[in-house]
Design a protein around this ligand. Structure first.
Ligand code: NDP
Ligand code: GDR
Length: 350
Protein backbone atom coordinates (compact mmCIF):
# COMPACT_ATOMS: atom_id res chain seq x y z
CA UNK A 1 0.00 0.00 0.00
CA UNK A 2 1.31 3.45 -0.86
CA UNK A 3 2.06 5.92 1.90
CA UNK A 4 -1.03 7.68 3.16
CA UNK A 5 -1.05 11.45 3.01
CA UNK A 6 -2.70 13.69 5.60
CA UNK A 7 -3.23 17.45 5.61
CA UNK A 8 -3.65 19.11 9.01
CA UNK A 9 -4.92 22.66 9.33
CA UNK A 10 -3.98 24.11 12.71
CA UNK A 11 -0.87 21.89 12.93
CA UNK A 12 0.87 24.45 15.18
CA UNK A 13 -1.86 24.19 17.84
CA UNK A 14 -2.18 21.75 20.73
CA UNK A 15 -4.16 19.09 18.86
CA UNK A 16 -2.29 19.60 15.60
CA UNK A 17 0.99 18.79 17.32
CA UNK A 18 -0.29 15.58 18.96
CA UNK A 19 -2.04 14.51 15.77
CA UNK A 20 1.04 15.11 13.60
CA UNK A 21 3.08 12.99 16.02
CA UNK A 22 0.47 10.20 15.88
CA UNK A 23 0.21 10.18 12.09
CA UNK A 24 3.99 10.24 11.61
CA UNK A 25 4.25 7.26 13.97
CA UNK A 26 1.76 5.45 11.72
CA UNK A 27 3.89 6.09 8.62
CA UNK A 28 1.87 8.92 7.08
CA UNK A 29 3.25 11.78 5.05
CA UNK A 30 1.98 14.83 6.96
CA UNK A 31 1.35 18.24 5.44
CA UNK A 32 0.49 21.07 7.77
CA UNK A 33 -0.75 24.60 7.26
CA UNK A 34 0.87 27.28 9.37
CA UNK A 35 0.19 30.99 9.49
CA UNK A 36 2.76 33.63 8.79
CA UNK A 37 3.62 35.24 12.11
CA UNK A 38 6.15 37.86 13.17
CA UNK A 39 7.61 35.47 15.73
CA UNK A 40 8.11 31.71 15.66
CA UNK A 41 4.84 29.78 16.06
CA UNK A 42 6.06 26.22 15.51
CA UNK A 43 7.29 25.52 19.06
CA UNK A 44 4.89 22.59 19.52
CA UNK A 45 6.07 20.76 16.38
CA UNK A 46 9.75 21.69 16.18
CA UNK A 47 10.70 18.26 17.56
CA UNK A 48 8.93 16.62 14.59
CA UNK A 49 10.36 18.87 11.90
CA UNK A 50 13.30 17.88 9.70
CA UNK A 51 15.11 20.08 7.25
CA UNK A 52 13.63 19.28 3.80
CA UNK A 53 17.15 18.54 2.56
CA UNK A 54 17.51 15.58 4.93
CA UNK A 55 16.48 12.00 4.04
CA UNK A 56 13.14 10.42 4.94
CA UNK A 57 11.37 13.72 5.45
CA UNK A 58 7.66 13.07 5.97
CA UNK A 59 6.39 16.34 7.43
CA UNK A 60 5.99 19.46 5.32
CA UNK A 61 4.69 22.89 6.29
CA UNK A 62 2.84 25.29 4.00
CA UNK A 63 1.94 28.89 4.69
CA UNK A 64 -1.79 29.39 4.65
CA UNK A 65 -4.89 30.75 6.28
CA UNK A 66 -8.47 29.57 6.66
CA UNK A 67 -9.66 32.93 5.36
CA UNK A 68 -7.93 32.49 1.98
CA UNK A 69 -9.77 30.20 -0.47
CA UNK A 70 -7.19 30.31 -3.24
CA UNK A 71 -4.46 29.29 -0.84
CA UNK A 72 -6.50 26.38 0.54
CA UNK A 73 -7.42 25.12 -2.94
CA UNK A 74 -3.79 25.26 -4.05
CA UNK A 75 -2.50 23.40 -0.99
CA UNK A 76 -5.13 20.67 -1.32
CA UNK A 77 -4.32 20.35 -5.03
CA UNK A 78 -0.57 20.15 -4.41
CA UNK A 79 -0.79 17.69 -1.53
CA UNK A 80 -3.67 15.45 -2.77
CA UNK A 81 -4.45 14.29 0.77
CA UNK A 82 -6.19 11.03 1.65
CA UNK A 83 -7.29 12.63 4.92
CA UNK A 84 -7.83 16.25 5.91
CA UNK A 85 -8.05 17.15 9.59
CA UNK A 86 -9.57 20.61 9.94
CA UNK A 87 -8.27 21.76 13.32
CA UNK A 88 -7.52 25.41 12.50
CA UNK A 89 -9.73 27.87 14.32
CA UNK A 90 -9.86 30.99 16.41
CA UNK A 91 -10.47 28.62 19.30
CA UNK A 92 -10.83 30.95 22.30
CA UNK A 93 -14.45 31.35 23.40
CA UNK A 94 -13.96 34.64 25.26
CA UNK A 95 -11.90 36.13 22.43
CA UNK A 96 -14.73 35.29 20.02
CA UNK A 97 -16.90 37.92 21.77
CA UNK A 98 -14.20 40.47 20.86
CA UNK A 99 -13.59 39.20 17.31
CA UNK A 100 -16.92 37.69 16.21
CA UNK A 101 -16.61 38.40 12.50
CA UNK A 102 -13.07 37.03 12.23
CA UNK A 103 -14.13 33.98 14.25
CA UNK A 104 -17.01 33.34 11.84
CA UNK A 105 -14.73 33.82 8.86
CA UNK A 106 -12.05 31.40 10.00
CA UNK A 107 -14.12 28.85 11.94
CA UNK A 108 -17.36 28.73 9.90
CA UNK A 109 -16.60 29.93 6.37
CA UNK A 110 -13.08 28.49 6.61
CA UNK A 111 -14.59 25.02 6.98
CA UNK A 112 -16.79 25.63 3.95
CA UNK A 113 -13.74 26.76 1.96
CA UNK A 114 -11.94 23.50 2.66
CA UNK A 115 -14.96 21.36 1.80
CA UNK A 116 -15.38 23.34 -1.42
CA UNK A 117 -11.70 22.77 -2.22
CA UNK A 118 -12.35 19.02 -2.05
CA UNK A 119 -15.32 19.41 -4.40
CA UNK A 120 -13.70 21.85 -6.85
CA UNK A 121 -10.72 19.50 -7.20
CA UNK A 122 -12.94 16.44 -7.71
CA UNK A 123 -11.58 14.71 -4.58
CA UNK A 124 -14.99 13.75 -3.11
CA UNK A 125 -14.29 10.03 -3.38
CA UNK A 126 -10.66 10.18 -2.36
CA UNK A 127 -10.29 12.64 0.50
CA UNK A 128 -11.73 11.97 3.94
CA UNK A 129 -12.51 14.97 6.12
CA UNK A 130 -12.46 15.49 9.90
CA UNK A 131 -14.12 18.56 11.40
CA UNK A 132 -13.07 19.74 14.87
CA UNK A 133 -16.52 20.22 16.36
CA UNK A 134 -16.97 20.99 20.00
CA UNK A 135 -18.99 20.48 23.16
CA UNK A 136 -19.49 24.29 23.10
CA UNK A 137 -22.27 23.48 20.60
CA UNK A 138 -24.36 22.27 23.56
CA UNK A 139 -23.93 25.65 25.28
CA UNK A 140 -27.04 26.13 27.38
CA UNK A 141 -27.37 22.42 27.85
CA UNK A 142 -30.62 20.69 26.98
CA UNK A 143 -29.78 17.33 28.60
CA UNK A 144 -27.26 15.79 30.99
CA UNK A 145 -25.03 14.10 29.91
CA UNK A 146 -24.68 15.29 26.31
CA UNK A 147 -24.43 12.84 23.41
CA UNK A 148 -24.75 12.91 19.61
CA UNK A 149 -28.52 13.40 19.77
CA UNK A 150 -28.59 16.22 22.35
CA UNK A 151 -29.89 19.47 20.76
CA UNK A 152 -27.37 22.29 20.30
CA UNK A 153 -27.75 25.74 21.88
CA UNK A 154 -24.58 27.80 21.18
CA UNK A 155 -23.71 30.54 23.67
CA UNK A 156 -20.88 32.44 21.95
CA UNK A 157 -19.82 33.69 18.52
CA UNK A 158 -17.28 30.83 18.59
CA UNK A 159 -19.97 28.22 19.20
CA UNK A 160 -22.30 29.76 16.60
CA UNK A 161 -19.48 29.64 14.02
CA UNK A 162 -18.73 26.02 14.95
CA UNK A 163 -22.45 25.22 14.59
CA UNK A 164 -22.28 26.31 10.94
CA UNK A 165 -19.12 24.25 10.47
CA UNK A 166 -20.82 21.21 12.02
CA UNK A 167 -23.83 21.38 9.72
CA UNK A 168 -21.93 22.22 6.54
CA UNK A 169 -19.83 19.12 7.21
CA UNK A 170 -22.99 17.00 7.57
CA UNK A 171 -24.43 18.64 4.45
CA UNK A 172 -21.39 17.95 2.26
CA UNK A 173 -21.44 14.34 3.45
CA UNK A 174 -25.10 13.97 2.48
CA UNK A 175 -25.05 16.12 -0.67
CA UNK A 176 -21.80 15.01 -2.28
CA UNK A 177 -20.95 11.71 -0.60
CA UNK A 178 -17.77 13.07 0.99
CA UNK A 179 -16.46 10.92 3.86
CA UNK A 180 -16.81 13.83 6.30
CA UNK A 181 -17.10 13.35 10.06
CA UNK A 182 -17.59 15.62 13.04
CA UNK A 183 -15.77 14.88 16.26
CA UNK A 184 -17.76 16.61 18.99
CA UNK A 185 -14.88 16.87 21.41
CA UNK A 186 -15.21 17.93 25.01
CA UNK A 187 -12.41 19.99 26.55
CA UNK A 188 -9.03 18.34 26.29
CA UNK A 189 -5.87 19.69 27.78
CA UNK A 190 -2.18 18.86 28.07
CA UNK A 191 1.16 20.42 29.01
CA UNK A 192 1.13 22.15 25.57
CA UNK A 193 -2.36 23.63 26.02
CA UNK A 194 -2.58 27.31 25.03
CA UNK A 195 -1.56 29.50 27.96
CA UNK A 196 -4.82 31.47 28.14
CA UNK A 197 -7.20 28.51 28.56
CA UNK A 198 -8.15 28.13 32.19
CA UNK A 199 -6.37 24.84 32.96
CA UNK A 200 -3.00 25.96 31.64
CA UNK A 201 -3.43 29.43 33.12
CA UNK A 202 -3.86 27.74 36.50
CA UNK A 203 -0.99 25.25 36.17
CA UNK A 204 1.43 27.95 35.01
CA UNK A 205 0.37 30.14 37.91
CA UNK A 206 0.75 27.30 40.42
CA UNK A 207 4.33 26.74 39.23
CA UNK A 208 5.13 30.47 39.35
CA UNK A 209 3.51 30.98 42.78
CA UNK A 210 5.35 27.95 44.17
CA UNK A 211 8.62 29.43 42.85
CA UNK A 212 7.82 32.79 44.45
CA UNK A 213 7.63 34.48 41.04
CA UNK A 214 3.91 35.37 41.21
CA UNK A 215 1.59 36.47 44.03
CA UNK A 216 -1.79 35.14 42.92
CA UNK A 217 -3.83 34.11 39.90
CA UNK A 218 -6.88 36.07 38.75
CA UNK A 219 -9.68 33.96 37.30
CA UNK A 220 -13.29 34.38 36.14
CA UNK A 221 -16.18 32.01 36.79
CA UNK A 222 -15.00 29.41 39.32
CA UNK A 223 -18.33 27.54 39.18
CA UNK A 224 -18.08 26.52 35.51
CA UNK A 225 -17.93 22.74 35.15
CA UNK A 226 -16.07 21.01 32.35
CA UNK A 227 -15.43 17.47 31.16
CA UNK A 228 -11.63 17.59 30.86
CA UNK A 229 -9.60 14.88 29.11
CA UNK A 230 -6.06 14.61 27.72
CA UNK A 231 -5.42 15.82 24.14
CA UNK A 232 -3.25 12.80 23.31
CA UNK A 233 -6.24 10.48 23.82
CA UNK A 234 -8.52 12.68 21.73
CA UNK A 235 -6.34 12.82 18.58
CA UNK A 236 -6.39 9.01 18.53
CA UNK A 237 -10.21 9.27 18.39
CA UNK A 238 -10.02 11.72 15.45
CA UNK A 239 -7.88 9.28 13.48
CA UNK A 240 -10.20 6.36 14.28
CA UNK A 241 -13.19 8.30 12.92
CA UNK A 242 -11.53 8.58 9.52
CA UNK A 243 -10.69 4.85 9.42
CA UNK A 244 -14.38 3.81 9.50
CA UNK A 245 -16.12 2.58 6.34
CA UNK A 246 -18.79 5.23 6.80
CA UNK A 247 -18.49 8.80 7.98
CA UNK A 248 -20.44 9.77 11.09
CA UNK A 249 -20.44 12.14 14.07
CA UNK A 250 -19.03 11.16 17.46
CA UNK A 251 -18.73 12.60 20.96
CA UNK A 252 -15.35 12.18 22.67
CA UNK A 253 -15.48 12.85 26.41
CA UNK A 254 -14.49 11.36 29.76
CA UNK A 255 -17.97 11.31 31.32
CA UNK A 256 -16.69 13.20 34.39
CA UNK A 257 -17.16 16.85 35.20
CA UNK A 258 -15.20 19.16 37.52
CA UNK A 259 -15.46 22.84 38.38
CA UNK A 260 -12.72 25.38 37.71
CA UNK A 261 -12.46 25.73 41.51
CA UNK A 262 -11.79 21.99 41.83
CA UNK A 263 -9.12 22.14 39.12
CA UNK A 264 -7.36 24.97 40.96
CA UNK A 265 -7.63 23.14 44.29
CA UNK A 266 -6.06 19.97 42.86
CA UNK A 267 -3.31 21.87 41.04
CA UNK A 268 -2.27 23.73 44.22
CA UNK A 269 -2.53 20.54 46.29
CA UNK A 270 -0.01 18.90 43.97
CA UNK A 271 2.67 21.40 45.08
CA UNK A 272 1.69 21.01 48.73
CA UNK A 273 -0.55 24.08 49.02
CA UNK A 274 -3.98 23.50 50.56
CA UNK A 275 -6.63 26.12 49.74
CA UNK A 276 -9.75 27.13 51.60
CA UNK A 277 -12.44 29.13 49.85
CA UNK A 278 -13.83 32.35 51.31
CA UNK A 279 -16.48 34.74 50.03
CA UNK A 280 -18.63 34.32 46.97
CA UNK A 281 -19.02 35.73 43.45
CA UNK A 282 -16.51 38.48 42.64
CA UNK A 283 -15.30 38.44 46.26
CA UNK A 284 -14.43 34.76 46.36
CA UNK A 285 -10.83 33.93 47.18
CA UNK A 286 -8.76 30.77 47.42
CA UNK A 287 -6.69 31.23 50.58
CA UNK A 288 -3.49 29.33 51.34
CA UNK A 289 -4.40 27.64 54.64
CA UNK A 290 -0.78 27.65 55.82
CA UNK A 291 -0.03 31.35 55.24
CA UNK A 292 -3.45 33.01 54.95
CA UNK A 293 -2.42 34.54 51.61
CA UNK A 294 -5.06 34.77 48.84
CA UNK A 295 -3.69 32.81 45.90
CA UNK A 296 -6.81 32.62 43.73
CA UNK A 297 -8.78 35.80 43.13
CA UNK A 298 -11.76 36.65 40.94
CA UNK A 299 -11.67 39.32 38.25
CA UNK A 300 -15.04 39.90 36.51
CA UNK A 301 -13.08 40.86 33.39
CA UNK A 302 -12.90 37.13 32.74
CA UNK A 303 -16.66 36.60 32.99
CA UNK A 304 -18.31 35.89 29.63
CA UNK A 305 -21.44 37.73 28.40
CA UNK A 306 -23.10 34.32 28.11
CA UNK A 307 -21.55 31.34 29.87
CA UNK A 308 -21.64 27.59 29.39
CA UNK A 309 -22.23 26.38 32.93
CA UNK A 310 -21.93 22.61 32.81
CA UNK A 311 -20.59 20.13 30.29
CA UNK A 312 -20.44 16.38 30.74
CA UNK A 313 -20.22 14.07 27.76
CA UNK A 314 -21.44 10.58 27.01
CA UNK A 315 -18.95 8.93 24.64
CA UNK A 316 -20.63 5.52 24.53
CA UNK A 317 -21.07 5.66 20.74
CA UNK A 318 -17.33 6.22 20.26
CA UNK A 319 -16.62 3.36 22.64
CA UNK A 320 -18.97 0.97 20.81
CA UNK A 321 -18.10 1.92 17.22
CA UNK A 322 -14.50 3.16 17.41
CA UNK A 323 -13.30 1.16 20.41
CA UNK A 324 -12.23 4.53 21.82
CA UNK A 325 -11.91 5.24 25.54
CA UNK A 326 -9.99 7.99 27.33
CA UNK A 327 -6.89 6.70 29.13
CA UNK A 328 -5.80 9.65 31.27
CA UNK A 329 -7.81 10.32 34.46
CA UNK A 330 -8.46 13.86 35.72
CA UNK A 331 -5.97 13.67 38.62
CA UNK A 332 -3.17 12.51 36.30
CA UNK A 333 -3.96 15.28 33.82
CA UNK A 334 -3.74 17.98 36.51
CA UNK A 335 -0.56 16.51 37.96
CA UNK A 336 1.17 16.17 34.56
CA UNK A 337 0.31 19.74 33.61
CA UNK A 338 1.60 21.16 36.89
CA UNK A 339 4.78 19.06 36.71
CA UNK A 340 5.44 20.20 33.14
CA UNK A 341 5.03 23.85 34.13
CA UNK A 342 7.35 23.38 37.11
CA UNK A 343 9.95 21.86 34.76
CA UNK A 344 9.49 24.66 32.26
CA UNK A 345 9.99 27.33 34.90
CA UNK A 346 13.01 25.47 36.20
CA UNK A 347 14.57 25.25 32.72
CA UNK A 348 13.99 28.97 32.08
CA UNK A 349 15.49 29.86 35.47
CA UNK A 350 18.62 27.81 34.82
P1 NDP B 1 -5.33 25.84 19.39
O1 NDP B 1 -5.86 27.18 19.63
O2 NDP B 1 -4.23 25.30 20.23
O3 NDP B 1 -4.83 25.74 17.86
C1 NDP B 1 -5.53 26.35 16.81
C2 NDP B 1 -4.73 26.23 15.54
O4 NDP B 1 -5.43 26.90 14.50
C3 NDP B 1 -3.34 26.88 15.61
O5 NDP B 1 -2.45 26.12 14.81
C4 NDP B 1 -3.58 28.23 14.97
O6 NDP B 1 -2.42 28.82 14.43
C5 NDP B 1 -4.53 27.83 13.86
N1 NDP B 1 -5.32 28.92 13.30
C6 NDP B 1 -6.09 29.81 13.96
N2 NDP B 1 -6.70 30.64 13.11
C7 NDP B 1 -6.28 30.28 11.87
C8 NDP B 1 -6.52 30.75 10.56
N3 NDP B 1 -7.34 31.80 10.34
N4 NDP B 1 -5.93 30.15 9.51
C9 NDP B 1 -5.09 29.10 9.72
N5 NDP B 1 -4.81 28.60 10.93
C10 NDP B 1 -5.40 29.19 11.99
O7 NDP B 1 -6.56 24.83 19.40
P2 NDP B 1 -6.62 23.28 19.84
O8 NDP B 1 -5.48 22.57 19.27
O9 NDP B 1 -6.91 23.21 21.29
O10 NDP B 1 -7.97 22.83 19.10
C11 NDP B 1 -7.96 22.34 17.78
C12 NDP B 1 -9.34 22.48 17.16
O11 NDP B 1 -10.28 21.75 17.93
C13 NDP B 1 -9.87 23.91 17.12
O12 NDP B 1 -10.66 24.02 15.95
C14 NDP B 1 -10.77 24.01 18.35
O13 NDP B 1 -11.77 24.98 18.15
C15 NDP B 1 -11.32 22.60 18.39
N6 NDP B 1 -11.68 22.09 19.70
C16 NDP B 1 -10.76 22.11 20.72
C17 NDP B 1 -11.07 21.54 21.93
C18 NDP B 1 -10.11 21.56 23.06
O14 NDP B 1 -10.55 21.33 24.20
N7 NDP B 1 -8.82 21.76 22.84
C19 NDP B 1 -12.39 20.88 22.15
C20 NDP B 1 -13.23 20.88 20.98
C21 NDP B 1 -12.88 21.45 19.81
P3 NDP B 1 -1.40 29.67 15.38
O15 NDP B 1 -0.56 28.63 16.10
O16 NDP B 1 -0.64 30.46 14.39
O17 NDP B 1 -2.24 30.48 16.31
P1 GDR C 1 -13.66 26.72 27.02
O1 GDR C 1 -12.22 26.75 27.73
O2 GDR C 1 -14.29 28.05 27.00
O3 GDR C 1 -14.41 25.60 27.67
O4 GDR C 1 -13.27 26.36 25.53
P2 GDR C 1 -11.56 27.78 28.75
O5 GDR C 1 -10.45 27.05 29.39
O6 GDR C 1 -11.26 29.08 28.09
O7 GDR C 1 -12.74 28.04 29.82
C1 GDR C 1 -13.29 26.99 30.59
C2 GDR C 1 -14.18 27.58 31.67
O8 GDR C 1 -13.35 28.25 32.63
C3 GDR C 1 -13.93 29.50 32.93
N1 GDR C 1 -12.89 30.40 33.41
C4 GDR C 1 -11.87 30.89 32.68
N2 GDR C 1 -11.51 30.70 31.40
C5 GDR C 1 -10.38 31.32 30.94
N3 GDR C 1 -9.97 31.10 29.66
N4 GDR C 1 -9.65 32.16 31.75
C6 GDR C 1 -10.00 32.40 33.05
O9 GDR C 1 -9.32 33.15 33.75
C7 GDR C 1 -11.15 31.72 33.54
N5 GDR C 1 -11.75 31.69 34.75
C8 GDR C 1 -12.79 30.89 34.66
C9 GDR C 1 -14.59 29.94 31.63
O10 GDR C 1 -15.55 30.96 31.88
C10 GDR C 1 -15.18 28.63 31.17
O11 GDR C 1 -16.42 28.41 31.76
C11 GDR C 1 -12.30 25.34 25.24
C12 GDR C 1 -11.63 25.72 23.91
O12 GDR C 1 -10.57 24.83 23.70
C13 GDR C 1 -12.61 25.62 22.76
O13 GDR C 1 -11.91 25.80 21.53
C14 GDR C 1 -13.27 24.25 22.78
O14 GDR C 1 -14.22 24.16 21.75
C15 GDR C 1 -13.91 23.99 24.14
O15 GDR C 1 -12.93 24.10 25.15
C16 GDR C 1 -14.52 22.59 24.21
Amino acid sequence: MSQRVALITGITGQDGAYLAELLLSKGYVVHGIKRRSSSFNTGRIDHLYKDPHERDVRMFLHYGDMTDSTNLIRIVQETQPDEIYNLAAQSHVQVSFETPEYTANSDAVGTLRLLEAIRILGLEKRTRFYQASTSELYGKVQAIPQNETTPFYPRSPYAAAKLYAYWITVNYREAYGIHASNGILFNHESPIRGETFVTRKITRAVAAIKAGAQEAVWLGNLDASRDWGHARDYVEGMWRMLQQDHADDYVLATGETHTVREFAEKAFAHVGIALRWEGSGVDEQGIDIATGRPLVRVDPRYFRPTEVDLLIGDASKAKAKLGWEPQVPFDTLVRDMVDADLDLLDSVGR
